[in-house]
Write a protein that binds this ligand. Sequence first.
Ligand SMILES: Nc1ncnc2c1ncn2[C@@H]1O[C@H](COP(=O)(O)OP(=O)(O)OP(=O)(O)O)[C@@H](O)[C@H]1O
Length: 297
Amino acid sequence: MELALETDQLGKRYGKAWALRDCSLHLPAGRIGALVGPNGAGKSTLLHMAVGLLRPDAGAVRVFGTSPYDNTAVLPDLGFVAQDTPLYRDFTGAELITMGGRLNKRWDGALARNRLAQIGIPADRPVGKLSGGQRAQVALALALAKRPKLLLLDEPVASLDPLARREFLQALMGSVADSGTTVLLSSHILADLERVCDYLIVLNAARVRLVGPVDDLVGAHRQLTGPRHDGSHIAGVEAVLKASHTDRQSTLLVRLGGALTDPSWAVHDVTLEDLILAHLADSDTEQASPAAWEVPA
Ligand SMILES: Nc1ncnc2c1ncn2[C@@H]1O[C@H](COP(=O)(O)OP(=O)(O)OP(=O)(O)O)[C@@H](O)[C@H]1O
């Protein structure tokens, strides 16, 4: 299995505070990965190290087997749209597309031009005079034109209206399906991620909490409803991630460790959103954090 992204005990520190710590994960090639976590969890820090813009303070990050900070030869294979979609504001979309053609050996300018035309963004207007959402669309068109093997997007849909968001994600899916590009996409909009992503990475408080293929992760968890739970072990349950109780009844989100045999529990499937929220609500403190849980890719 080819790995597009791999980190091993990766860490980044600002002063004494770790922005990301002991981060070990991998993203297989061909996946569309969701990178999820609360504000300040370390998502942008991870993405910046993955494209070689930040040097790790601990551990290692490899993109297609190579350290992006030490080996610039891998950079043509990477596309990155940063959170604030930095672009030269005095340049028009058309000029940026031409510039991209000069700076990149592999460049599909027609793809970017067609995309801007399709969504009605004037290619002859300086990008500084476009709206925030339109600038995000230009940045994505440029990133796709690079035909990267790995495309990293830091909250690309945050500034888009709901219709534009849906269209943007459809275009992204179409483009990566054609090219086989691997994508890692950070977002707080869980419903969007559920629609487009088949791999999940959850960060919380600078640590990795959950990594793996979405189907496997969802399949390994259940919601149980039954008589008030007294905290004792439940056969077939490896861990209780979230519990809520009334006087008589408990609702538990659990990770399975085997077959559920106790008939007093009603068993329901969970959604990706249930699962992410359970891991995000889990803890704000490093001390109370459980170890990262990973299912094989
Ligand atoms: N340049 C910096 N100097 C000091 N601390 C920083 C710097 N950049 C990030 N941090 C800190 O590192 C931690 C992780 O930040 P990061 O931007 O990676 O989080 P994030 O998950 O992308 O958050 P958000 O969802 O708000 O964008 C935060 O505590 C943040 O305050």
